[in-house]
Design a protein around this ligand. Structure first.
Ligand code: PGA
Length: 245
């Protein structure tokens, strides 16, 4: 299975940041890494990012509305993302669950909307520090998978991102054994039909730790926040994935 390295720019980036995408796209042309690369900039930059990527890397959204169109001020549908040239969308990121009160029911509707538009849903799950300390990690992940991943998910329609909330933007990461344990657990829960679904790890992935994390079994790539904002760091992480192939 080809690994997928996805960059999540969050609410960062103005026009000049597209130089980062151009740099990564140019590098992808020459290095031809045997993996898939996706960058999810803010929605305002998607169309220009698609142009800057010149088909060398995929561009995605960071969120979407479940409905295809209508009176939903401020929202963006998956059809609109696709129209702008996006081929994927992140749904259920913990920042959306936390700051926008997104429930599993909403996340599953968004994932289905991605499928409807023919773009890949990158569905995020992950426990908080308190849940991990209380020994509830597997229960929380199992609940989120049941609630947020639609029936019939396959490797071509869906990726899962395991992102422990306490590891996002903190510089902290679970141990390699803990990452391997949760990825094996998710793989098992995805069951028959889900064998080709890539399970990304996310949360403080950096050039320094990428190689070790990406070498773990059942790690199908990474969802990278902060380190995706610098082309050089992002390239180092893409190279680390390539080294596994
Ligand atoms: P981080 O963010 O790499 O900055 O920890 C990851 C994410 O939230 O997707």
């Amino acid at each position: 299975m080809r690994q997928l390295i996805a960059g999540n720019w969050k609410m960062n980036g103005v026009g000049a940041s597209l130089a980062e995408i151009e740099a990564v796209a140019g590098w992808v042309v020459s290095a031809a890494p045997p993996i898939d690369v996706l960058i999810c900039p803010p929605a305002t930059l998607i169309a220009r990012a698609v142009a800057a990527a010149r088909g060398r890397i995929a561009i995605g959204g960071q969120d979407c509305h479940p409905e295809p169109a209508g009176a939903f001020t401020g929202d963006i549908s998956t059809e609109m993302l696709k129209d702008a040239g996006a081929s994927a969308v992140i749904v259920g990121h913990s920042e959306r669950r936390q700051y926008h009160g997104e429930t599993d029911a909403l996340v599953v509707a968004k994932a289905l909307a991605a499928w409807r538009a023919g773009i890949t849903a990158v569905i995020c799950v992950g426990e908080t520090a308190a849940e991990r300390q209380a020994g509830q990690t597997q229960d929380v992940i199992a609940g989120q998978l049941t609630g947020s991943v639609p029936e019939g998910a396959t490797g071509s329609t869906t990726a899962i991102a395991y992102e422990p909330v306490w590891a996002i933007g903190t510089g902290l990461t679970p141990s390699q054994a803990q990452i391997a344990e949760i990825h094996a657990f998710i793989r098992d829960r995805l069951g028959v039909g889900g064998e080709q679904i890539r399970i990304l790890y996310g949360g403080s992935v950096k050039p320094e730790n990428a190689r070790q994390i990406l070498a773990l079994p059942d790690v199908g790539g990474a969802l990278v926040g902060g380190a995706s904002l610098k082309a050089k760091d992002f390239q180092t992480i893409v190279s680390a994935a390539s080294a596994r192939h």
